[in-house]
Design a protein around this ligand. Structure first.
Ligand SMILES: Nc1ncnc2c1ncn2[C@@H]1O[C@H](COP(=O)(O)OP(=O)(O)OP(=O)(O)O)[C@@H](O)[C@H]1O
Length: 248
């Protein structure tokens, strides 16, 4: 069974069609790299899957259920595109921010208990930032806060991770280690991963499949198929296709 299924999806924002007729299926445990130029609808696609953008036409199913009936949102961890903390003196510690990722699976009253605090520390340790747990969130560097928001997305032990440009603010070394963490979550912990990125020359080393968007689905398949496809050479030109493929 597909863990995510998207059928003939079209999304309009303020009367403008930003995605049209997109269809694809994701199997449990797959790692999908979503790429495409600025404004091609990548964030809109993941937001539509998460029920955050209005679907104009089409169907989305998660874990076999139509989006409107799906209620187990704690089984999906989401790292939105912009996680910059605008208010540098926002009064929350790293551990408190990560703990909010557990609230979706709780019934009222939503209290953070000892077991939850242990889970938070375990997740922070896994990402190598346990020593930051008491730091104020606004005081962290871009790379540190990106890890904290990844921890927040992971802490409820979700089956699916949806990560929107998680490496945008990272230096090349931190970026590689971020990709290694996500690869391990996929490979060793069986998480299904949807990752939006502009790192088109890196993602081929990590993802199973590439989904190339340009307001419609230009390509969906594995990297080998992409690199061998003469349709894609015609679409991108051989030079660009080579840039995407050469590190794979
Ligand atoms: N709330 C909104 N209202 C109107 N138009 C929007 C809104 N959000 C996005 N758009 C438009 O929808 C299109 C797709 O945007 P989206 O953010 O999904 O693209 P993207 O591929 O994620 O871009 P980027 O790589 O720059 O992050 C863009 O043309 C954008 O201007």
């Amino acid at each position: 069974m597909s863990i995510i299924s998207v059928e003939n999806l079209s999304v309009k924002l303020h009367g403008v069609v930003v995605l049209s007729d997109v269809s694809f299926k994701v199997a449990e445990g797959e790692y999908i790299g979503i790429v495409g130029p600025n404004g091609s609808g990548k964030s809109t696609l993941v937001r539509a899957i998460l029920g955050l953008a209005d679907i104009h036409v089409g169907k989305v199913q998660i874990m076999g259920q139509p989006l409107r009936h799906f209620a187990q949102w704690y089984r999906i961890g989401y790292l939105p595109q912009s996680t910059v903390v605008a208010n540098k003196s926002f009064p929350a510690s790293v551990a408190e921010v990560v703990a909010t990722g557990l609230l979706g699976s709780k019934k009222f009253p939503r209290k953070v208990r000892r077991k939850d605090r242990e889970k938070v520390m375990e997740t922070l340790s896994m990402l190598g930032i346990a020593d930051l747990h008491l730091e104020q969130i606004g005081k962290l560097s871009g790379g540190q806060s990106q890890r904290v928001f990844l921890a927040r997305a992971m802490v409820s032990d979700p089956d699916i991770l949806v990560l929107d440009e998680p490496t945008a603010a990272l230096d090349p070394v931190t970026r590689e280690s971020f990709y290694e963490i996500i690869a391990s979550l996929n490979r060793d912990h069986g998480k299904t991963v949807l990752l939006v990125t502009h790192d088109s020359s890196i993602i081929g080393r990590y993802a199973d499949k590439m989904l190339y968007l340009d307001r419609r689905l230009v390509f969906f398949g594995n990297f080998k198929e992409f690199c061998m496809s003469s349709d894609m050479s015609n679409y991108f030109g051989e030079f660009t296709q080579h840039l995407i493929c050469h590190q794979h």
